[in-house]
Design a protein around this ligand. Structure first.
Ligand code: ADP
Ligand code: MG
Length: 554
């Protein structure tokens, strides 16, 4: 039927739209980037679904995105022949906030109009950004394989309508009735410039046609490069183009901190274009977080739900892997434990680690920024990934008592005292707390360096790693300390250390008073200023780990 339904936006969307409608943001042009990005995703989705059901394609496999401008009517239209939407898709996708990026955006809103408007540029906020330039928007769409088409209409103020519509072909056609002050988006050169800036990397052709007016050019002209960016030579790709692709493919809003683009040939053939982000994704530690790496087979998008593609400790990476060897009709289910994919994953993981290693020597500052942001995740690999453990231990950087710099374990070992055979560490909830540990006093006074570990994951890898370079790790809050053995460079260690015997009376009394609360009271050479500290037994759990587990009711 053709009945019109009136529906309300989700409250969060209304808030967002209110901002869009009233925004004075100067980079409003990003609305086009967002529309093209969605149209390209829609083509990718249908191309994939068409692999298993080619009736959906109905013989039309020439995917494309068309921009049509009507200067007299002051409209701009972006249409695609991708997957399209049915009625329920429309309600779910264009009435609520489903995408994680927008949720992240909403979290960052401050209430201050100026700051908030700046955020639009960074986040894009997807489809809703059309209301920065349009008074009213009509989305006409027909899902591939469906007979019915639908129209979604809104002025961006609290409500939208959905009604049955006429549309001969599948796909989506979005018409923007531009605001008075948005006439620049009717100009051919302006539109070309926007497409080149933001959407040149899009792998389907984007055409532009102008209907009527002075610039009339009714013949659609292709305005983008139109080939998948990862298939092009590195030398033909600018940094800006990499950045725009990263944002599109990874649904990201920052700049890449590291770009890795190469082609593997030989036993296996595939192309890799991966990025390390600059900022932590909001859901980095959310157990439900999925990888954001897209898998393509011979240029055809297969899935971005690829838990098997890269190990969990590389889950912050984004980008594309395009395989020549996997069969095109591979289903997402078949990808699980697929030997070809596993081999590829292993090789790519190795390459990522070696690129990080290279960066560490070539551009230490850049590497340390990445380590500061993603070190806690990479260290999960030391715990989980037996094969990569040694590589990651070498890559890892640590804060120590020596100074404020990051050091490698190799640095630490090189600086060890003559008679020192152990790598000492202290754990705590944050760096500042570890620096204040009273147990450090004896080590500091003897110039013995101690690793300061404050990521929860540290407690876990320390359970499985025996040693580095033959030197065992030892917590300074556990067991008896062997500090006296390191005292060779002092004239006579026992001179300025109280002998255990002198304290026997005191420790006996303390043991009596404390009773069951302690296992033992001992004289210690760990302390120089503090009178007493707590230590765990050699074979007992480290104190900080005990606290973490208690906090989780374990
Ligand atoms: P995102 O692209 O990050 O998911 P958007 O706000 O840009 O967020 O779009 C919301 C959703 O609307 C998309 O995920 C998609 O499901 C749907 N959508 C938008 N544009 C199109 C289109 N041209 N064809 C099909 N679906 C679309
Ligand atoms: Mg989008």
């Amino acid at each position: 039927d053709v009945k019109t339904e009136k529906l309300g936006f989700e409250a969060e969307v209304s808030k967002l739209l209110h901002m869009m409608v009233h925004s004075v943001y100067s980079d409003r042009e990003i609305f086009l980037r967002e529309l093209i990005s969605n149209a390209s995703d829609a083509c990718d989705k249908l191309r994939y679904e068409g692999l298993s059901d080619d009736s959906l394609l109905a013989g039309d496999t020439d995917f494309g995105i068309a921009i049509t401008v009507d200067p007299a009517a002051k409209t701009i239209q972006v249409s695609d022949n991708g997957i399209g939407m049915n009625r329920d898709d429309l309600v779910a996708n264009l009435g609520t906030i489903a995408r994680s990026g927008t949720a992240g955006f909403m979290d960052k809103l401050t209430g201050d109009a100026k700051t908030d408007v700046q955020l639009i540029g960074q986040f894009g906020v997807g489809f809703y950004s059309v209301f920065m330039v349009a008074d009213s928007v009509v989305v006409k769409t027909r899902r591939a394989g469906d007979a019915d088409a639908w129209a979604w209409e809104s002025t961006g103020e609290g409500e939208y309508t959905i009604s049955g519509a006429e549309k001969d072909t599948r796909g989506t056609e979005i018409t923007l009735h531009l605001k008075e002050d948005a006439a620049e988006f009717l100009e051919q050169h302006r539109l070309r410039q926007i497409v080149t800036t933001y959407s040149d990397h899009i792998a389907v052709p984007i055409t532009l046609a102008i209907k009527g007016g002075e610039e009339a050019d009714a013949d659609p002209k292709v305005v983008n490069e139109g080939s998948a960016i990862w298939t092009r030579a590195k030398s033909d790709i600018t940094e800006e183009q990499y950045t725009e692709f990263y944002r599109h493919a990874g649904h990201a809003f920052d700049d890449p901190a590291l770009t890795l683009h190469y082609k593997a040939e030989g036993m296996q053939e595939y192309t890799v274009l991966l990025f390390v982000p600059t900022t932590r994704p909001v859901d980095l530690f959310d157990p439900a977080r999925k990888s954001r790496v897209k898998l393509y087979v011979k240029r055809v998008f297969i899935t971005d739900d690829t838990t098997d593609m890269l190990p969990g400790w590389l889950r912050f990476m984004r980008g594309v892997i395009d395989s020549q060897d996997l069969p095109l009709n591979i289903s997402r289910e078949m990808l699980q434990n697929n030997p070809t994919l596993n081999r590829m994953s292993k090789a790519i993981t190795k390459r990522v680690v070696s690129e990080l290693e290279k960066l560490a020597t070539k551009d230490t500052e850049k590497f340390l920024k990445i380590w500061e942001t993603f070190g806690p995740v990479l260290k999960e690999g030391i715990y989980e990934d037996f094969e990569r453990r040694d590589l990651l231990l070498k890559l890892a950087r640590f804060k120590t008592t020596a100074d404020d710099d990051w050091v490698t374990l190799a640095d630490y070992v090189e600086r060890m005292k003559d008679k020192q055979s152990t790598i000492y560490y202290v754990t705590g909830p944050d760096e500042a707390t570890t620096r204040r540990s009273p147990q450090l006093e004896g080590f500091k006074s003897r110039g013995v360096e101690v690793l300061l570990l404050s990521d929860p994951v540290d407690e876990f890898w320390l359970q499985v790693v025996q040693d580095f370079d033959g030197k065992p790790f030892k917590s300074i809050t556990r067991g008896s300390s062997d500090l006296k053995d390191l005292d060779s460079d002092k004239k006579d260690a026992s001179d300025d250390t109280v002998k255990e015997g002198d304290l026997t009376t005191l420790t006996t009394v303390m043991k009596e008073v404390l009773g069951d609360k302690v296992k033992d009271v001992r004289a210690s050479d760990r302390l120089t200023e503090t009178a007493a500290c707590l230590v765990a037994d050699d074979d007992a759990m480290d104190m900080h780990l005990e606290r973490i587990l208690k906090a989780h009711n374990q």
